[in-house]
Design a binder for this molecule. Structure first.
Ligand code: ADP
Length: 617
């Protein structure tokens, strides 16, 4: 019979398995049982929608046998089975869970411990087996096939016979060597332990034949090993933190414990159990279109879909977990889930729950919350921004910003609580980094006056704040916003009026909205601010986005009357040296652009002008 080779990626994983570089090899059983349980789910699900298939749920089961003499372990299920093509496609190529491992492999192959956190799937059987047989018959066929492989050299598929549908996997254990005692798996006590440890929650019975002594007679009997109560149905007090953590890591292919576990049982119009996890870090693709949000949806312990998107709003898309509700009809088709009334009402209720848990975290475990916000804060921000503020009420108290108050992040409520007097404004400044923001003259001024200023360093921040417009009754005010903040005293007003011609000339030279003199710039020669809806920082962000090159902030150049440059400008104007004046204006404007992190329009021209000025002295 012709042997077929494994696909390249499968070969790599297989090699890792065969050489057993991962020490926690007992997980092979968990993987095979989990596949069997999936196969039972699939069959049961089919039977609900396909009249030709009659299956009683109580007949579905997984059976584990072992044979000491022949050194084999068998895992049998009466699930959906596989056709010849399915054997070929499913077992010859690496499955989804394995490909997760591949993404990681490039960076961290040496970090073998991580492998254990990934569902390595069927191939993990090669950690303990020298060869594996898979005998399977699909529910859709009367033919059975035998898939056989010793891992390294590929596999064969041959015709076989099997009385009923389902799959029987036989592992031929490797011989013991100095590092491994594979024989330890040929022991009912040990197998039982492993089943209880990893597969207790499987909702179908996992049975083993055991010798039972009754009335002085010893006989073989089938015993169910697992409790079959899924972890999400158990009371929180009966479950250890570690159980939740391990469940999460195994199921959602994470190598870190979740940051927070949410367990909730809701009874009411729609009743459900929820076991939800907030990961401690965002997946690489979280902020991309590739990321697929969703929760697993069960009804009475039976999986309906492993990713129901409609249970989670986008802004809480990072949440992983399970909803189990007996109010969801098992017959529901995946297509109609979206319109399903119960699903919608569960979504609403979960949204409220997640928000409440996050607020609790914020209140009681601030460090954890800050960690959460670092990873998923942008998800919350998008939630406000993309809804044009519709979700503002729901999400605004989950936001954190850096602030001049102290080195910690602050919520808007905390800012509000610190406000004194009548000033019902929230001041903010945005820029690339806190240190750059602190250098802005307008910020210096505000701080000197004793105001607290939010430092917006994330590119989304200002968009979010503009979308929100207000926090409760407090208006957001950009300290660089010229319209809102300039208070001009009479003396400065007069200087501006007296020099109207000069200012107009300067304004036309650099094509900005306004040029003016001010006494509020401390030691800075010039500063740049904006008027209107688009701030300087927003201009930067918008320029970085595709198709928005023409969006510009209305800029205002301010010149410090207490700085020598002011005198120089007046002098040039009085001497009617317009060309020089224009040159100086351009240089000053370019400096202001640079200070604000914007790029100068013509760096060559700037260089020439500066060199000109230098060589003149
Ligand atoms: P995964 O379970 O992550 O998809 P595996 O390598 O464990 O990856 O399994 C590959 C595929 O083989 C499964 O997705 C399933 O389609 C099929 N399969 C494995 N075991 C069984 C089984 N006992 N019954 C039916 N199909 C199975």
């Amino acid at each position: 019979m012709k042997k077929k080779e494994f696909k390249t990626e499968s070969k790599k994983i297989l090699n890792m398995m065969i050489n057993s570089i991962y020490t926690n090899e007992e997980i092979f059983l968990r993987e095979l049982i989990s596949n069997a349980s999936d196969a039972l789910d699939k069959l049961y699900y089919r039977s609900l929608t396909d009249k030709n298939i009659e299956v009683k749920r109580e007949d579905l089961r997984i059976k584990i046998d072992f044979d000491k003499k022949n050194r084999t372990i068998t895992i049998s299920d009466n699930g959906i089975g596989m056709t010849k093509e399915e054997l070929e496609n499913n077992l010859g190529t690496i499955a989804k869970s394995g490909s997760e491992l591949f993404k990681l492999e490039n960076n961290k192959l040496e970090d073998i411990d991580i492998i254990g956190q990934f569902g390595v799937g069927f191939y993990s059987s090669f950690m303990v087996s020298s060869s594996v047989d898979v005998l399977s018959r699909s529910i859709d066929s009367t033919d059975a096939y035998l898939w056989q492989s010793d891992g390294a050299d590929g596999y064969t598929i041959s015709d076989a016979s099997k009385e009923d549908y389902g799959t029987v996997i036989t592992l031929h254990l490797k011989n013991d060597d100095e590092n491994h005692e594979y024989s330890e798996y040929l022991d009912s006590y040990n197998l039982e332990r492993i089943i209880k440890k990893y597969s207790d929650y499987i909702t179908y019975p996992i049975v083993m034949e055991k010798e039972v002594t009754k009335d002085n007679k010893t006989q073989k009997e089938e015993v169910t090993i697992n409790s079959m109560v899924p972890i999400w149905k158990k009371n929180k007090k009966d479950v250890q933190d570690d159980d939740y953590n391990n469940f999460y890591k195994d199921r959602y292919y994470d190598y870190e414990n979740p940051l927070h576990v949410i367990k909730s049982k809701v009874e009411g119009l729609v009743s459900y159990d929820a076991l939800l996890f907030i990961p401690s870090h965002a997946k690489e693709n979280y902020y991309s279109k590739e990321y697929e949000k969703g929760l697993e949806l069960f009804s009475r312990g039976v999986l309906i879909t492993n990713r129901c998107e409609d249970l989670l709003p986008d802004y809480f898309g990072f949440v992983k977990g399970i909803i189990d509700s007996e109010d969801i009809d098992l017959n529901i088709s995946r297509e109609t889930l979206q319109k399903n009334h119960q699903v919608r009402s569960i979504e609403k209720s979960i949204e409220t729950k997640i928000k409440k848990e996050l607020l609790d975290l914020l209140k009681n475990k601030r460090d954890d919350y800050e960690k959460f916000f670092k990873e998923f804060g942008n998800s919350i921000k998008y939630g406000i921004y993309q809804s044009f503020g519709m979700n503002k009420e729901l999400l605004q108290d989950l936001l954190l910003f850096s602030s001049s108050h102290d080195d910690k992040m602050t919520t808007l409520q905390e800012y509000k609580d610190r406000l004194v007097g009548e000033d019902n404004k929230i001041y903010y400044a945005s820029g690339e980094s806190i240190s750059k923001i602190k250098m802005m003259p307008q910020v210096e001024n505000m701080l000197n006056k004793g105001h607290e200023v939010l430092f917006l360093t994330d590119y989304l921040d200002e968009f979010v704040i503009k979308t929100m417009h207000k926090y409760e009754e407090l208006e957001f005010v950009n300290v660089q916003d010229d319209d809102k903040l300039e208070e001009v005293n009479d003396e400065v007003k007069k200087i501006n009026e007296d020099n109207k011609d000069l200012l107009t000339l300067m304004k036309e030279t650099i094509k900005v909205s306004d040029v003016k003199f001010s006494d509020k710039l401390n030691n800075h020669p010039v500063s740049l601010s904006s008027t209107g809806d688009i701030s300087l920082e927003m201009e930067k962000v918008l320029h970085a986005m595709p198709n928005s090159e023409n969006v510009e902030a209305n800029k205002v150049l301010t010149i410090n009357i207490n700085h020598p440059v002011y005198k120089k400008i007046l002098e040039l104007h009085n001497k009617k040296e317009d060309d020089e004046l224009k040159k100086y204006t351009k240089v000053l404007y370019d400096m202001a652009l640079l200070i604000n992190g914007l790029s100068v329009i013509d760096p060559n021209e700037l260089t020439n002008m500066v060199c000109d000025i230098i060589s003149k002295e």
